[in-house]
Design a protein around this ligand. Structure first.
Ligand SMILES: Cc1cc2nc3c(=O)[nH]c(=O)nc-3n(C[C@H](O)[C@H](O)[C@H](O)COP(=O)(O)OP(=O)(O)OC[C@H]3O[C@@H](n4cnc5c(N)ncnc54)[C@H](O)[C@@H]3O)c2cc1C
Length: 515
């Protein structure tokens, strides 16, 4: 088995198949470099007698604005508690109170169901999973191994995936890793935007590679912008978790007017509503940011519950909770991705996908907070169960793609990435319009051609590979956004401001139809 990615999805899958197959897990930087490592708020699961699977299902469906696949949501909510308990068995230590798990509440959830480890939940999960993987003799983890493309071939006349071409930095060589089954668990694509909470690994490689290899992708227009990243938000913005609003913090303008006064759920409305409202307020006032007033939270409680956020604020000279926190929205989560069934199968036989790179149908047009770690762990478990019966036999025959050799490259990739991020932020961001999306598609297509020319013409570097993927995935995001001529969930187009039931369907992009 080949596993691409060492976040929650890849690690869970590896642990679940390693008793029946040898597993090679490749990851493009250090093993803990993942979005998982930065998740703060927690993982949603029904863990209290006052909660129910049905309530979790209904909350998720409500957030998803008519596009969730109900069967996927039901599996998510039903299997969630067992998967969370399994994380604890692997050693994850979650915050406890009164002898049980301490459950937080976040926007859109009707009950307290957020299992967390203070505000460092992802780091704790990643720590526990990496330890379990390191202890497993059948899993070989290779750091600094960047997957460039998937290996494809045919098996009895059908296209099939048989592993991947991998750039091994340590030895500065490109190698073919052949596998009977490949799990794509390469995370998100936040780095296509100027402001993002995502770490630098989130360059959309998985979606770009899967699409190039022939697997359909869906719902890429639904990019969630987290409403509250610590301002200024260049590079990887520090996220100020929703849980802070769950504890009573309130959004205000710089002159103290409430931002969310018109909404019944106030500052705890769903993320899209809050992000759009802040975007509007910022455009109206011309202010660079709004404020998250945390002065109502007792200092010792704040320090106990949000040590990471407190440290980040203090480092920027914001004396929390005595002073309000300056915040702006930033790209945070991709609801769409590589289309999978309920067992992680993609449209390309031999290739499975799980975690943020996948589109299982759980999130629909908008993700409910803390459902993504849960989705990753539930559906990578399901994918593992599915492949356990498919481990016998050699890897399918595949052709080696024509890829250049590693070597020093120029700096043009930098210019392409800069321009791409500006276009995506300005023209395909929180609030969109037909004209801006049309312009974005033209400009992104040009950038993609430039990146392709560099890729074909010269030496291969990590930066170039990521630039090619960023351009490829950005074009798919813009194309998806252009084809949805309505506003729904996370996609808001001023020229089509209402929901239109004729668009109540996934936006599926298929490489075959493009060809
Ligand atoms: C700041 C922040 C806070 C968040 N808070 C929460 C939260 O509280 N609750 C919640 O549910 N969700 C949260 N999320 C979202 C959640 O963390 C992610 O959706 C989830 O961790 C994704 O897990 P994953 O395993 O799919 O991908 P990741 O954890 O991102 O792992 C992807 C892996 O793939 C590797 N990779 C990528 N491309 C390649 C390639 N070409 N070759 C080799 N390896 C590659 C990466 O290096 C990495 O190891 C948060 C996200 C961020 C950024």
């Amino acid at each position: 088995m080949l596993v691409i990615g060492s976040g929650i999805a890849g690690l869970t899958f590896a642990l679940k198949v390693a008793d029946v197959a040898r597993v090679t897990l490749v990851t493009k930087k250090r093993r803990a470099d993942s979005s998982t490592n930065y998740a703060q708020g927690g993982i949603a699961a029904v863990m209290s007698p006052t909660d129910s699977v049905e309530l979790h299902v209904q909350d998720t469906l409500r957030a998803g604005a008519g596009l969730c696949h109900e069967r996927a949501v039901r599996e998510l909510a039903r299997e969630g508690p067992e998967r969370v308990r399994e994380l604890m068995e692997w050693g994850a230590k979650f915050t406890r109170s009164h002898g049980g798990l301490s459950l937080g509440r976040e926007g859109g959830h009707s009950r307290r169901r957020i299992v967390h480890a203070d505000d460092l939940t992802g780091r704790e999960i990643e720590r526990a999973l990496l330890r379990a993987v390191a202890d497993h003799p059948a899993i070989q983890t290779r750091e600094d191994h960047l997957v460039l493309d998937l290996l494809t071939g045919t098996d009895r006349g059908r296209p099939v995936c048989g592993g991947a071409m991998v750039f091994d930095h340590g030895h500065d060589e490109i190698i073919a890793v052949r596998a009977r089954r490949t799990l794509l668990a390469s995370g998100g694509l936040g780095r296509v935007y100027r402001h993002t909470t995502n770490p630098d690994i989130a360059t959309g490689d998985g979606v770009a590679m899967a699409y190039r290899a022939g697997a359909p992708v869906a719902n890429l227009e639904f990019v969630q912008f987290h409403p509250t990243a610590l301002y200024p938000a260049e590079g990887q913005a520090v996220l100020v978790s929703e849980a802070v609003r769950g504890e009573g913090a309130v959004l205000t303008t710089l002159d103290g007017r409430p931002v969310m006064d018109a909404h019944p759920e106030g500052s705890l409305a769903t993320r899209d509503v809050v992000a759009q409202r802040i975007d509007r307020v910022l455009k109206e006032t011309g202010d660079p940011h709004v404020l998250l007033d945390v002065t109502g939270i007792a200092p010792d409680r704040f320090a106990r519950r949000f040590p990471f956020i407190r440290e980040a604020c203090l480092a920027r000279g914001v004396d929390v909770p005595r002073e309000p926190i300056p915040v702006v929205p930033a790209a945070h989560y991709a609801c769409g991705g590589v289309v999978t069934d309920l067992d992680g199968r993609t449209g390309l036989p031999g290739l499975y996908a799980a975690g943020e790179v996948a589109c299982t149908g759980v999130h629909g047009a908008n993700r409910l907070a803390s459902n993504s770690l849960l989705e990753a762990v539930v559906f990578s478990h399901r994918a593992a169960q599915a492949v356990r019966g498919e481990v016998d036999g050699p890897p399918p025959g595949t052709e080696l793609p024509d890829i250049g050799a590693p070597g020093p490259a120029g700096e043009e990739w930098r210019e392409i990435q800069e321009e791409l991020r500006t276009i995506m932020w300005d023209d395909c961001g929180i609030i969109r319009s037909d004209a801006r999306l049309e312009e974005a598609e033209l400009r992104v297509t040009e950038l993609e051609s430039r990146a392709d020319r560099l890729w074909r013409g010269g030496p291969i570097t990590t930066d170039l590979a990521e630039t090619r993927n960023l351009c490829g995935v950005a074009r798919l995001v813009v194309r998806s956004a252009r084809s949805r001529r309505e506003s729904r969930g996370l996609h808001h187009n001023v020229d089509h401001p209402e929901r239109d039931e004729r668009f109540r369907a996934d936006t599926v992009l298929s490489p075959v139809s493009e060809a």
